[in-house]
Design a protein. Structure first.
Length: 253
């Protein structure tokens, strides 16, 4: 039955940056589909999210740590394996953004964004990939962005990192698809999250954005959750190196 291919019962997932926003919605959706989930936050994970995960009947694990620290990435994977018994799904969702004209952009902000949004994606994928390749199966889902395709304005490090995420997704898929590990990415459009708070509060910019989105609204974290379940499930086994835009039609405009 086709619906059975979307079930994740018995699978173990790690979702970085799952304390809020897109990550929290994805983690809860994976649990509702049957997966056990390792939740990760930079400093904490809200009790209400843990309660929601618990209600699904899925086993869970709470992990914390700042992904700006390179040594943390393999540790998170090992903690997931130790706590849940394995890792079948990795969602590289954690991210940050800094806004400033390129001519004034500081190297500190540049390095922090690149580490969090791109380097950690490689490190986590590398660590999880070692286990997935040994078991002959696995799903890695990277959270890219519309700025994987477009340059944006006053966010040079974010655009560079998300462009890199898209290319890294393809590079890993080229190496691992034949070995049973699918690597894909989701490119969210303009979502109602903390990262877009400033844009949504700017009445002129918000109106300009909404006028371009064919769907006529900002996206919600739940809009991304279904795509994540699909890419984490057996229903997507022949999809490799794909960047799935969940953007209300923005790129087609």
């Amino acid at each position: 039955m086709i619906l059975e291919t979307f079930q994740l019962k018995g699978k173990n997932a790690l979702v970085t940056g799952s304390s809020r926003g897109l990550g929290a919605a994805i983690a809860l959706a994976l649990a509702e589909a049957g997966a056990n989930v390792a939740l990760h936050g930079s400093s904490s994970v809200p009790a209400r999210l843990v309660e929601s995960i618990t209600k699904t009947g899925a086993r869970h694990l709470v992990l914390t740590g700042d992904l700006r620290q390179q040594e943390l990435c393999p540790v998170l994977v090992e903690q997931t394996i130790a706590g849940l018994g394995g890792i079948d799904i990795l969602v590289n969702n954690a991210g940050t953004i800094r806004r400033s004209p390129a001519v004034d952009f500081s190297m500190t902000d540049w390095m922090e964004v690149l580490q969090t949004n791109l380097t950690s994606v490689f490190q986590l994928s590398q660590a999880a990939g070692r286990h997935m390749l040994k078991q002959g199966s696995g799903k890695i889902i990277n959270i890219a962005s519309l700025l994987s395709f477009q340059g944006g304005v006053t966010v040079p490090s974010y655009a560079a990192a998300k462009g890199g995420v898209a290319q890294l997704t393809k590079a890993l898929a080229n190496e691992w698809a034949s070995k049973g590990v699918q690597v894909n990415a989701i490119a969210p459009g303009y979502m109602e999250t903390d990262n877009t708070k400033a844009l949504r509060e700017d009445q002129t910019r918000s109106r300009q954005i909404l006028e371009r989105i064919p769907a006529g609204r900002w996206g919600s974290p739940q809009d991304v959750a279904g795509a994540a379940v699909f890419l984490a499930s057996a229903a997507s086994n022949y999809i490799n190196g794909h960047i799935l835009a969940v953007d209300g039609g923005w790129l087609g405009r």
